[in-house]
Design a protein around this ligand. Structure first.
Ligand SMILES: NC(=O)c1ccc[n+]([C@@H]2O[C@H](COP(=O)([O-])OP(=O)(O)OC[C@H]3O[C@@H](n4cnc5c(N)ncnc54)[C@H](OP(=O)(O)O)[C@@H]3O)[C@@H](O)[C@H]2O)c1
Length: 320
């Protein structure tokens, strides 16, 4: 089968499409034939280039331990292990599994996999899990969210477009979104009550305050957002910040001051995937896709993701 692999850390060009053995499922696993996958920001900046050197403690010091690339998939179960009970061959599924930029992937039935929402194409379904599951877990420190005012900064990215929809339609929060001029109408259509064009207006200077500021791209700072938080409010960042300041601020503000900062720690959980699937089925969630590439155009796709300018998600077509 064809799979995107990388034997070393480095620029997008370290990725190559290789012919590798097709895996065989063990008892509790399913073999998924992948129809569509994506390139996520985590794939591009995290796993392949090891942007933060300390992450190599987990991914391999000198070389990547996991050489197969990609995270999100949508496809069809080709084969199911003997102990698999809920899924069977022929089922359409979607989810998260390392090595998903490939024609096949093995997934534990208990892993982050669920039946694909019937109303989505494979390409659309592949673009659902990463942003939505990261947004759900990273927003958790700010719970409860119902009825609260939440500002989402970087609202047009993968996590941002997911956060706006989850906050507006699932948590029933009052969402203010901040994005680029060209994305204002898109972000409004996702459910944001107010949309601020970050190129025309600095939200930290308009005098309005929020219960939660969710920095979905980790490009702002607690210092500048502080005066836009209500007393008792919280700033949640997706990124460690300049000089790893966010974890430090999280520690300091936990014990003093009326406004907190915290680092959102993303996790992929099966129960969250099932929840988002229900939201898709009830019309409360839809994936935003910027561009689609063929599997063999993965280097180009990664370069685009690394530009930091994508809107929503970048899909890889694996099979017609
Ligand atoms: N904490 C965790 O566990 C975890 C896990 C995975 C990923 N992450 C991080 O999560 C972040 C979001 O990921 P993602 O996939 O959503 O990113 P993404 O889709 O690549 O974000 C792209 C968006 O970022 C916006 N942007 C770029 N530069 C900006 C700036 N200076 N100010 C405001 N917005 C800017 C762009 O909007 P404009 O059009 O407005 O420029 C674009 O729409 C990344 O930083 C990633 O490293 C965190």
């Amino acid at each position: 089968m064809r799979a995107v692999v990388h034997d070393r850390y480095g620029p997008p060009e370290v990725l190559r499409l290789a012919e590798v053995d097709r895996p065989t499922p063990t008892e509790g696993e399913v073999l998924v034939r992948i129809y569509a996958s994506t390139v996520t920001r985590g794939d591009a900046m995290g796993v392949r280039s090891a942007e933060y050197r300390f992450t190599r403690l987990f991914t391999g010091i000198r070389r990547p331990r996991q050489t197969h690339f990609g995270t999100e998939f949508a496809g069809r179960v080709e084969e199911a292990g003997e102990a698999v009970t809920e899924l069977r061959a022929g089922d359409d599924v979607f989810g998260i599994k390392g090595g998903a930029n490939a024609e096949y992937v093995l997934v534990e039935e208990s892993g982050v996999i669920a039946p694909k929402p019937a109303e989505l194409t494979y390409e659309e379904a592949a673009a659902v899990p990463d942003g939505s599951l990261l947004a759900l877990t990273c927003l958790r420190p700010a719970y409860p969210l119902q009825g609260r005012s939440v500002l989402v900064y970087g609202a047009a990215g993968s996590v941002g477009t997911a956060a706006v929809q989850l906050l507006a339609h699932h948590f029933e929060a009052e969402v203010t979104a901040v994005c680029n001029t060209k994305e204002v109408e898109l972000v409004r259509s996702l459910g944001a009550r107010d949309v601020l064009d970050r190129l025309r207006e600095d939200f930290t200077e308009n005098g309005k305050t929020y219960d939660v500021i969710f920095d979905a791209v980790g490009k702002h700072s607690f210092r500048r957002c502080r005066s836009s938080l209500k007393p008792g409010g919280i700033y949640v960042s997706m990124d460690l910040g300049f000089m790893y300041q966010v974890p430090l601020l999280a520690l300091i503000t936990r014990f003093g001051g009326s406004r907190r900062a915290t680092l959102g720690i993303g996790r992929y959980r099966k129960e969250d995937l099932v929840l988002v699937r229900e939201l898709v089925e009830t019309g409360k969630y839809r994936p935003v896709i910027d561009r689609s590439y063929e599997l063999d155009e993965v280097v180009e796709a990664v370069r685009y993701v690394e530009s930091g300018q994508k809107t929503g998600n970048v899909v890889l077509r694996v099979r017609e």
